[in-house]
Write a protein that binds this ligand. Structure first.
Ligand code: AMP
Length: 504
């Protein structure tokens, strides 16, 4: 199929051909015709599939006829993050360059004044994040009663960020007769409920299995461990540089994802110190800094971007050759979104994940979701075998893994337990940071050390803690029940009582 068969206006076709696209992607081929007919569309598609064009092209085609009225936009696109909203706006500019359309971008971190002026003049397309849109409505500056088409992009991301009540409110402010184009990479029950309530007999298009990774991305899992309790981050930084050196012929630019904001700063400094051209991106940075960093990365002024999950979804940065997970994401679906930053629009890409034994449970969850094992790769120059796979095997109760794990425990039982709980603690604070990073102003705030968070932290024990890490399983190993001996009564050989008893 080619774009000429899609019944599009010649001005839109001209803009498409100028972008260099030769054929519609599957989501475009299947989604544009019903959208042009005015039908609701439910698109289950990841970023990188061309979904932005799948909704913006038919919208532009439809907006050619008619005129906008002051304060009453004709169409609305809701995106979860500022960067994604800005990117959607860029797409609209590209495809509508031969059409006279007015557009306004309503995102936080930017003054209301310019946005107000644009709305006052009347806009054909309003692209917004939910929080800022509602701010404008509440200030009485904006009416949604003229909306003809409403797009919800990255709905599952909206759910993660606590935006669903806002989306419901916004839906209810728009006319019942509107056309709705709704996109989500996955369909959790809460999203299904929303589509059942607000979409009318939608054309459902699923272009790739939800939660699947693109085939053009070569993935590798690299085990990193450290004998020193606090040496893991350093070992990962060393490991990352070793892989960057090994891949130096093919790394043109890369995004390196960390779970914690404080690690982003440390890693950025460390890479700079080692002579890399690097920038960072996370939710605590000022909007203007975030935009400037992204522009510098797009323009190849910096080649490495150390980022939180704020960069994982929706951002379209063409030609990213590599993605590195400095930490294993604690939510499996984030893995797909992170590695989806490479291998976009049919190109090939590589994704490396640095995993410590304490992160084995997250690796296992990701592999269960992917329904395949991530290929293992040795750390360049490493002598050590694969402790992450050992930990997964130990958890599954296979003979070899468990016995290896026991050996580890016997040598240093208490340290082992501390490692595991430290990883859990890290995971919890990570979740808190990631959620807080993008939490809308009017969402229910969950502070990291509020009583509610503590209750959740304890409640995790039985519910979503996932498989345990190092062979402790559900039962308490017998040696753990032996009372701690009085260390003052050491044997003459200097061994502690624990080791003597365990050896016996
Ligand atoms: P998206 O899924 O909307 O983030 O789009 C991912 C990338 O695909 C963007 O860089 C688009 O410019 C590109 N793209 C969209 N449609 C096409 C097409 N028909 N042919 C080639 N590339 C496309």
């Amino acid at each position: 199929m080619n774009f000429n068969e899609l019944n599009l206006d010649t001005k839109v076709l001209k803009a498409i051909s100028e972008t260099g696209y030769t054929a519609p992607t599957p989501i475009q081929a299947e989604g544009i015709p019903p959208a042009l007919e005015g039908k609701d569309v439910l698109g289950i598609a990841q970023t990188g599939t061309g979904k932005t064009a799948a909704f913006s092209i038919p919208m532009i085609n439809r907006l050619i006829k008619g005129r906008a009225r002051a304060r009453m936009p004709r169409t609305l696109v809701l995106a979860p993050t500022r960067e994604l909203a800005a990117q959607v706006a860029e797409n609209f500019e590209t495809y509508s360059k031969h059409v006279k359309l007015s557009m306004a971008l309503l995102i936080g971190g930017v003054s209301f004044k310019d946005q107000d002026q644009k709305i006052d003049r009347g806009v054909d397309v309003l692209i917004a994040t939910p929080g800022r849109l509602l701010d404008h409505v509440e200030r009485g500056k904006l009416m949604l009663s003229g909306i003809e088409i409403m797009v919800v992009d990255e709905a599952d991301r909206m759910l993660d960020m606590g935006f669903i009540p806002d989306i419901e409110r916004i839906f209810k402010m728009t006319p019942f007769t509107r056309q709705t184009l709704f996109f989500s990479a996955t369909m959790p029950p809460e999203i299904t409920r929303l589509t059942q309530e607000f979409l009318s007999n939608p054309t459902r298009i699923e272009v790739a299995r939800a939660s699947s990774a693109s085939n053009n991305i070569a993935q590798a899992l690299v085990s990193v461990s450290s004998a020193k309790k606090d040496g893991l981050a350093k070992a990962k930084r060393d490991g990352l540089r070793a892989i960057l050196a090994e891949e130096s012929d093919t790394v043109t630019n890369a995004i390196i994802f960390c779970n914690r904001k404080r690690d982003i700063g440390i890693l950025e400094k460390s890479l700079k110190k080692h002579g890399f051209s690097v920038g960072s991106l996370h939710g605590d940075l000022d909007q203007s800094v975030r935009m400037a960093t992204l522009d510098a990365f797009r323009d190849n002024k910096i080649s490495l971007l150390v980022a939180s999950d704020v960069a994982a979804r929706g951002l379209d940065i063409p030609d990213v050759s590599h993605v590195f997970n400095f930490d294993v994401p604690t939510h499996s679906e984030d893995y797909v979104h992170r590695i989806g930053r490479t291998g976009r629009a049919g190109r090939s890409g590589k994704a490396f994940t640095l995993a410590s034994p304490a992160e084995a449970k997250y690796v296992e969850q990701i592999e269960t979701m992917l329904k395949e094992k991530i290929p293992r790769k040795d750390l360049p120059g490493a002598v050590e075998k694969d402790p992450v796979s050992d930990a997964i095997e130990a958890d599954a109760g296979t003979g070899t893994g468990r016995s290896k794990s026991r050996r580890g425990s016997r040598r240093k039982p208490s340290a082992d337990i501390q490692d595991t709980s430290a990883a859990d603690h890290q995971a919890q604070s990570t979740e808190t940071e990631n959620r807080r990073e993008q939490r809308p102003q009017n969402a229910d705030p969950v502070q990291p050390d509020s009583p509610r968070r503590h209750r959740n932290a304890r409640g995790r024990d039985k519910e979503d803690r996932g498989p345990r890490v190092k062979g402790l399983g559900d039962h308490m190993p017998a040696f753990m029940l032996i009372p701690i001996p009085d260390l003052s009564k050491r044997t003459e050989t200097g061994d502690s009582g624990i080791e003597n008893r365990d050896a016996a």
